[in-house]
Ligand binder design. Sequence first.
Ligand code: GDP
Length: 630
Amino acid sequence: MLDLFTIFTKGGIVLWCFRNTKELFVPSVNALIRNVLMQERTGSNSYDHNHLTLQYKLDNEFELVFVVAFQKILQLAYIDKFLSDIHLEFRDKYKNDLRKQGREFNNFDFLENFTRLLKEAEAWGREQATIPRQMRTFEQSNKSKKTVASMIERKGDTSQFQNKKSVKIVETQKVSHEVEEEKNGNTEDVIQANRKKMIERLGKKSDKKKPQKSPGDQEKKKQKNARVWELNGNAKDAIELDRSKDRPEDVRSDFTNNDRMVGQLVGNVRDLEVEESSSEDENDSSEEDEVEIRKNVTSQRTSTQTSKKSRGMFAMFKGLVGSKSITMEDMQPALDKLRDHLIMKNVATDIAQKLCTSVGAKLEGKVLGTFDTIAATVKSTLNDSLVQILSPKRRVDILRDCLEAKKNQRPYVMTFCGVNGVGKSTNLAKICFWLIENNLNVLIAACDTFRAGAVEQLRTHTRHLNALHPREKHGGREMVQLYEKGYGKDAAGIAMEAIRFAKEACIDIVLVDTAGRMQDNEPLMRALAKLIKVNEPDLVLFVGEALVGNEAVDQLVKFNQALADYSAMENPHVIDGIVLTKFDTIDDKVGAAISMTYITGQPIVFVGTGQTYTDLKALNSKAVVQALMK
Ligand code: GDP
């Protein structure tokens, strides 16, 4: 049973509406518009809000949206059919009104059509429910589309793997396949070679006569020899690497070469840079694609073939011709290629799929006037969708918020969480450097009380940062301090003490470093939820590597879910933003950025681009999209 059916224009004019109850649907429809239609998340045609499910259909030719709302607990199998029937009927009935220039909409008399179509769809749904489910025939299944040749696995032939679900799976399969082959083919040889080696080794051992050891020698062996650093040539490295004692007075001299870092991060964090060459390339290839499309059109008209191979991803859209509305079938091959391209760039598989479906839904039914604008339209649709996804729903302005907190005489608290080794401590130190550059003093709370060396790592950073910004330059005040209580203590308690200490000592910012934990480790996730619940930080940042695709999404989703589940609060404090690290190591495989923001809708606040304090950037969505489309 439907609660609501409405038709409105993308411009926001409601054309027709049917309501079955007195319930107020405005918040749910607004949420659909804000969170799905405007955010380019039309990949699936349904959206849940509170206790309602909203299903929708877009008409891109007349710029209309058809929405049905019903109770979430219901499973109505006929909604898809009903939406497409009513869509077609409404278009047919009112196409002249809808085509009018400067459309002025009168009352649409549609109740009779609506009631009839709904009854028909419900009857269809009941009928379907009585039909026993039948197995697909061979022709209907995907297997029928495979040729026998494509199913034969050959050594060194990787093409057979190309249609598998994820690139990762492909790689593992390939590796295991090769290992298998190696095992079968060479086992005998390997056994022989190993035997030979073992015999040689045994022979050598028996030849060697063990010298008699004096008790004094044994004593000597127990002691570990001190490492001797070669001072000729590598003197500076040796001093840098010697961490055997705290040498606050020496540290400054370590950083004499790095003084040029100072002053580089004043003000807001700089955007990721766009490579000039790549943008030129893209223009080139897009122009080339346009030319290609024109050529294609000419060749269709004159029935002569031009077989120039075009570069650039947009060449795949050359088959789409103008002056007719684009159908899903027209786009499907191109969308499939686009999905594979996104997966290759490390976008998580299901997100790549949703993204392509969303692009398809946005373009389906669009009528493109001239031939030359097709590539441009497709390209701008893709670009818009991706830029929109990467653009934060809300702006995180840390400097402004810090000053606000300072005015209220309390420290601004940021918590860093994530799995092990992703760069939490390193990027915390970079952010700390940026804050000091902006004349804010910082307390680092060492709440990673698990990993050996975690506290020392932060102590070293504290020392280096103070060396770069010595107290003499800041009115005798130490810019960074470390709050640590060693290992094995309760992290939430240490964070609380640190925040209290910062308040008393008028420190502007507290950066809470937490222990790395796997997203599936329930006790540790509970501990993190507790730390956040009791300390109420202003900002919870999830630190994730740009190197991973699907894995990053899994981590992020589970961290978010755990914070929500284990906090036992009605409005739990979940992840507010993302720090995307190791961006310098991924070349143009920038997909993790898309996956992470798509899944949470939270902004990427910082991007780590290297291992020095200045390697901190803000996300430039245009640059990322450009790298993605290359
Ligand atoms: P944690 O266990 O999450 O605290 O990770 P660490 O901060 O100890 O960092 C792990 C490794 O990643 C270190 O070797 C860092 O130098 C390195 N790392 C961190 N951020 C970046 C980055 O943005 N780029 C590169 N190339 N390496 C990074």
